[in-house]
Design a protein around this ligand. Structure first.
Ligand SMILES: O=C(O)c1ccccc1N[C@@H]1O[C@H](COP(=O)(O)O)[C@@H](O)[C@H]1O
Length: 220
């Protein structure tokens, strides 16, 4: 039974945290991006971070955030990882990693083979890579759009660092995405919502169950 680690991104309420914790998901994502329907104020995010149980890793998602913003976020709440989802350069990723002493996951948008070089480049400086669909030109959000990319581009890929598959995943397609790509980690936001920014506990449970191939890994 493969050990698949699931990240549910864009939680907004304490009930969302409880729903995610109940499934055995590995990570919960807190979005700090004002244009997103999942955006949280620092105080809202702090409350969620403080009720998260041990074992559920808290990931702060930011987009081209400056030091002052990252200082405010990291000082306000306990976190386990920073997710950089903008156009942060490899140098900026290395700088953030050194400044905050937290693992950094860099998102890379993929639409075609040519985008995969960036996965390699960032794997030299980040702790993890989030391989996401490239957003359409002029999209308001750089992620969280419910769009997938051609999974065959990353099928059976191995990189220097652990990677996570994202983009348009749903309870209905995640098992096939894992089968095709051999991803060991998956991330979802809009695919487990009933409306933009509104998480659906039933879809969260169905997603994690499907990702774990109908059951959590058997512990030996
Ligand atoms: O979720 C958001 O609102 C968001 C905003 C800005 C950058 C990234 C965002 N979400 C990330 O994008 C992936 C894919 O989302 P989806 O499943 O296709 O809706 C998601 O897993 C988040 O990490």
């Amino acid at each position: 039974m493969p050990d698949i680690r699931v990240k549910i991104c864009g939680l907004k309420t304490e009930a969302d945290v409880a729903a995610v914790a109940a499934t055995g998901a590995a990570y919960m994502g807190l979005v700090f991006f004002a244009k997103s329907p999942r955006h949280l104020s620092i105080e809202q995010a702090r409350r969620l971070a403080l009720v998260a149980p041990v074992g559920l890793a808290k990931v702060a998602l930011t987009v081209n955030a400056d030091d002052a913003t990252l200082d405010a976020i990291t000082e306000a709440m306990p976190l386990d990882m920073l997710q950089l989802h903008g156009h942060e350069s490899p140098d900026r990723v290395a700088e953030v990693r050194a400044r905050y002493g937290l693992p950094v996951m860099k998102a890379v948008g993929v639409a075609d083979e040519g985008d995969l070089a960036a996965v390699f480049d960032y794997s030299l400086v980040a702790d993890q890579i989030l391989v996401d669909a490239k957003p359409p030109k002029n999209a308001a959000l750089p992620g969280g759009n419910g769009l997938s990319f051609d999974w065959r581009l990353v099928a059976q890929r191995r990189w220097l660092r652990p990677w996570m598959l994202a983009g348009g995943l749903t309870p209905e397609n995640v098992a096939e995405a894992i089968r095709l790509t051999n991803a060991r980690q998956v991330d979802v936001s809009s695919g487990v919502e009933s409306a933009p920014g509104v998480k659906d506990a039933g879809r969260i449970a169905a997603f994690v169950k499907a990702a774990m191939m109908d059951g959590p890994p058997i512990l030996r």
